[in-house]
Write a protein that binds this ligand. Structure first.
Ligand SMILES: Nc1ncnc2c1ncn2[C@@H]1O[C@H](COP(=O)(O)OP(=O)(O)OP(=O)(O)O)[C@@H](O)[C@H]1O
Ligand code: SF4
Ligand SMILES: [Mg+2]
Length: 322
């Protein structure tokens, strides 16, 4: 059996507000195995980024905090580590790539300086050795003319090239877990495919585990082994990628699948999920999806269903199966 790398247990992340703590993540349980990709999908605002920022302990300050739960990584509970211990984990064991590479790249330093800095901190490389390794990393992520590129500035590169540089930086410490938060959303489709291929190869070559956050089910289908579907801070379905696409159980997952742009053919109507995601401050009573669900029953408006294993390795949070 594949070993577990990170085990998130009953995570509750909240924001401090004048009215008291507001739950942004509610009882989130996720497991990522070594060398596997867990995709997290859901509409805007469902808590995907807050999940990754909770793992990294980089929640918006001063109001974001982990209220309860555990994040067990390599035997240690990340929620209990000191700031220094966490900094070391962030640099060495867990790396993150963001949707917009410019948030991670500094416009006033060359590409070589920035990769070199990461290599110096994590691998203690200096001088020529550092430069050689930086060039090697740029080549590894498929960047052409790496020897020249190393002396250029971020603004001289295209969006796809910057994304590759950021991946090279994230991988410079050979992390055990790579968190990719919407890594390809800002890119053209052809570049998107190249970046996904690159991440796949790296996963296969280095046995890196990936937490892949996206609202794009096409990206999930391409990359993930397992998938968690989130709605308003809770996991509503959690199973293998195959099950999500071939045998979805939750009406919200069905809605996401039906509204996929890739399913459009000329003349067919795009089906969208009616209504909007409610705000965290106005969560409906009972199942949070009930105001938008065509299968809503009386009980759905009264009580929130539990996330239950409906079939082997297939969990859903829905009264249809209770
Ligand atoms: N810095 C912040 N300050 C205040 N509220 C925030 C902040 N970041 C996130 N939130 C709120 O927390 C909830 C979860 O947000 P999160 O960013 O995790 O959503 P997401 O699933 O990543 O959405 P998206 O697809 O738009 O990136 C949302 O209600 C959002 O408005
Ligand atoms: S619990 Fe009820 S309202 Fe919620 S998704 Fe299931 S059927 Fe729809
Ligand atoms: Mg986000």
């Amino acid at each position: 059996m594949t070993e577990t790398l990170i085990d998130i247990k009953n995570l509750v992340t909240s924001f401090k507000t004048p009215e008291g703590p507001l739950r942004v993540l509610d009882d989130v349980c996720l497991t990522i195995k070594k060398g596997k990709v867990l995709g997290v999908v859901g509409e805007s605002g469902c808590g995907k980024s807050i999940t990754s920022l909770s793992i990294m302990r980089l929640l918006p300050q001063p109001y974001g905090f982990i209220e309860s739960g555990e994040i067990i990584f390599n035997g240690a509970d990340l929620t209990k580590l000191s700031t220094n211990e966490m900094e070391s984990i962030r640099g060495n064991d867990i790396a993150m790539i963001f949707q917009e590479p410019m948030t991670a790249l500094n416009p006033v330093f060359t590409i070589g300086y920035q990769i070199g800095e990461a290599l110096e901190i994590h691998l203690k490389l200096k001088g020529n050795e550092k430069r050689e390794k930086s060039i090697e990393m740029l080549k590894m992520v498929g960047l052409p003319r790496a020897e020249k590129l190393i002396d250029e500035y971020p603004h001289q590169l295209s969006g796809g090239m910057r994304q590759r540089v950021m991946i090279a930086m994230a991988l410079s410490c050979n992390p055990k877990l790579l968190i990719a938060d919407e890594p390809t959303t800002a890119l053209d489709v052809t570049i998107q495919i190249q970046i996904l291929e690159l991440m796949k190869n790296l996963k296969n070559d280095f046995n890196t585990s990936v937490l892949l956050i996206t609202h794009d089910l096409g990206v999930i289908a391409e990359m993930s082994d397992e998938v968690a579907v989130m709605y308003l801070g809770k996991i509503v379905e959690y199973t293998t990628a195959e099950n999500i696409f071939d045998n979805p159980l939750h009406p919200y997952t069905e809605g996401l699948l039906n509204s996929r742009l890739v399913s459009i053919q000329r003349g067919t109507k795009l089906i969208c999920i009616p209504g909007m995601v409610p705000t965290l401050t106005c969560k409906p009573k009972g199942c949070a999806f009930s105001p938008r669900c065509s299968k809503c029953m009386d009980i759905c408006k009264e009580k929130m269903p539990e996330l239950k294993e409906i079939k082997p390795n297939h969990k859903a949070r829905c009264w249809l199966y209770n």
